[in-house]
Design a protein around this ligand. Structure first.
Ligand code: ADP
Length: 304
């Protein structure tokens, strides 16, 4: 292996998400250790699952495993799918008020009849480690420190940690969802990229992507991006996790045709996914610190 951490030059510059995740898990682990010594308690993450399918069960177990890996503790709170809005709000408020709880994840999507907008205000933004609260979305959109959704943050961490220049580069994001596309756009802007966001109504997606030096795919469309769309030497980050009926997982990028043309590409699985879990643990440590200190560093400065 040569070049920056996580890039394997011998395998068409496949970015090794697991290696990068290990690096981030290590940092999270150090931060958690320090907090344990300082606070005398174990940082804890709670995962609120309302109903939920098999895929969200796998996701919950991965978060628990990640928590144990960094010496934190985790618990899944399983609630029935027919839960009333009022009861969900009360549960979230309880977790927000509980000083023993450091981070809270609400597994999305919620079942039909429950809208995240109706419950989100019950969540303390300083415990919102997956960045779903409008307070965090607002901080991220103005380029301040706040929790971005972990998948969006993972995409950015991959670029940074593999040494990809971002400032002044032409980046194209495919997808404008509040969990990936929009926050990725804002994080890239914060790093001084020139960003184009594409979506279902974009005319001639291929033409937009051909201009991109950095491509972030977050469309939820398996194999959408093919090699003939890629500018030679572009860096391609695939945030798509598309689970087929047989249970296999595919990204939004057609790896066999894109890998020989791109300078670097994240595979699925083994790319953005593991980094996302590691980022969540960094966020947990930062959440506990923000609660101890009474706010995010620059948010406090803004208030004074
Ligand atoms: P995710 O959670 O991965 O962001 P969503 O389903 O919430 O997925 O959002 C998908 C986004 O991708 C939407 O903004 C949609 O407009 C965009 N998108 C989906 N398919 C295409 C496509 N074929 N071309 C361009 N954009 C697409």
């Amino acid at each position: 292996m040569s070049g920056p951490a996580g890039v394997d030059a011998d395998a068409h510059s496949l970015i090794d998400g697991r290696a990068l995740a290990a690096q981030i898990f290590g940092e999270a682990s150090d931060e958690i250790d320090e907090l344990k010594r300082d606070l005398g308690s174990v940082p804890t993450i709670k995962i609120l699952r309302v109903g939920g399918d098999a895929a969200s069960g796998v996701y919950s177990r991965r978060i628990l495993k990640s928590a144990h890996r960094v010496g934190a503790s985790g618990e899944v709170i399983q609630l029935p799918a027919d839960l009333q809005v009022k009861a969900l709000r009360a549960t979230l408020r309880g977790l927000s008020d509980d000083t023993a709880v450091g981070g809270v994840i609400v597994q999305l999507p919620l079942p039909v009849g429950l809208d995240v907008r109706h419950v989100i205000e019950a969540l303390d933004p300083l415990k919102d480690v997956d960045g779903i609260h409008p307070f965090n979305a607002g901080l991220v959109s103005r380029g301040s420190i706040g929790f971005a959704p972990s998948c969006a943050e993972a995409a950015l961490q991959i670029l940074r940690r593999t040494g990809v220049p971002i400032a002044g580069r032409q980046a194209v994001v495919i997808g404008r969802s509040s969990v990936v596309g929009r926050p990725v756009q804002q994080l890239l802007l914060r790093e001084d990229a020139t960003v184009t966001v594409c979506h279902r109504q974009t005319r001639d997606l291929a033409r937009q992507i051909r201009e991109a030096e950095i491509v972030i795919a977050a469309a939820g469309a398996p194999g959408l991006v093919t090699g003939d769309w890629i500018k030679p030497g572009a860096v391609v980050i695939d945030c798509g996790i598309n689970v087929s009926s047989s249970g296999s997982v595919r990204g939004d990028v057609d790896l066999p045709s894109v890998a020989p043309i791109a300078a670097a590409i994240t595979p699925v699985p083994g790319g953005v996914g593991p980094v996302t879990n590691a980022v969540l643990m960094l966020h947990l440590a930062r959440a506990v610190r923000a609660q101890r200190d009474g706010g995010f560093p620059d948010a406090r400065e803004m208030a004074s």
